[in-house]
Design a protein around this ligand. Sequence first.
Ligand code: GRF
Length: 216
Amino acid sequence: MSIIPFPGQKDPLRIGVLGSGSGSNMQSIQDAIEAGTLNAKIVCTIADVPNAKILDRAKKHNIPCAYLDPAPWKTKLEGDAETRYVEMLQKAGAQVIVLAGFMRIVKKRFLDAFPYRVLNIHPALLPAFPGVASWKQALDYGTKIAGVTVHFVDAGTDSGPIIVQRSVPVLDDDTPESLHARIQVQEHIAYPEAIRLLGAGRLRIEGRRVFQIPEA
Ligand code: GRF
């Protein structure tokens, strides 16, 4: 069965962002919006870490934002915290949820609230190196190519259908930091691109495979 996860629309796509850290991916999305290359609006940014830099970036662009307590869980969003997050995103009218360095697993209730509307960016060429610090995993493993994946979020960890991937070389003198920095340059191209395709109704899912519908 084939699913078109988003019908496409003329109005700007309303995006909710969840993050835990620096927010450079949210910044790349906002930059694409301001440059007129992404027909979208970030309507809400939520951080699960107080004073995360992503909140400063949001404030600078007048994006409504908040720290929402994720307690009592350390690595997932569930229970009352999950409800608070879903309600805030729904109240803001978010149509698509973008996980941008959000260091928690989102669970069924969250996913059910936004079916095929939750995207994640992972700093590796999935299915290789899911989980944390995947650029370091790639370096330690000795791969010659690393990269980034934007995918739909499903109930697993970094396991949903892949929308966009971009690769980078691993250089002999790379450190974890230098490799991550090279991957991040590609992240900032890949995320706006994936959101653009979704918002334009140009993605079709068949099983695990996501196809791009040619521009009309
Ligand atoms: C990125 O490397 C992203 O792929 C991973 O977490 C990092 C977040 O970076 N999921 P930033 O907060 O967007 O700068």
